[in-house]
Ligand binder design. Sequence first.
Ligand code: ZN
Length: 220
Amino acid sequence: MFILTALPIQTVMMLLCLSVSSWTTDHQWGLVYSLPNAEHPLIKYGLMFIFLDFLDYVYHVTMHNVKAFWRFHLVHHSDQAVDVSTTVREHPGESFIRNCFLILWVFLTGASLEILLLRQLAQTTANLSSHSSIRLPPLAARVVGWLFITPNLHHVHHHFQLPATNRNYGDVFSLWDRLFGTFANLTLADTQFGLQTHMDGSIDARLLALMGHGRKLLAK
Ligand SMILES: [Zn+2]
């Protein structure tokens, strides 16, 4: 049901995003064109990929800290059984906001169609694996986690209590969490999925009730 509700929004906004990207390329508009050697693959693909990952970190922090946005994002967090299906557990309101941010990032940076495709591929792989219930063994988790967000690290973000919920915001790279002090580790034994304020799991079988999860937040 979440895929069905997100699909029309995702399709329309992705087409809009691709038009904006195509416009920025045609008009050489955006941050990337102000850099020296903008056409060099290391800048055009490498640096842009890293920068877009940083902007995804900014987006995720914003979703947690702006109350009007959190009411949508908390639907993703209220899952008490995190696995790959959690990846698509997204309120349609968040699908809309996420794509608005993406269009803004593309307009500001001048991201090309190629980098958007590359980014989408990496992001989908990272999101599916980070929500997976398969955790890496401790040594592999430590080594891979130096650079990437592993399932072990993203599980911390789905712990039901603060401050863990506000840790490990990263999408592909763990660098931003380390840089901005939002990095944390937690063992599986200490991790409990869900959200302290929304622990009624029976609501998961009722899509409309689930969509209204954040309503009481705005009423406050
Ligand atoms: Zn989150």
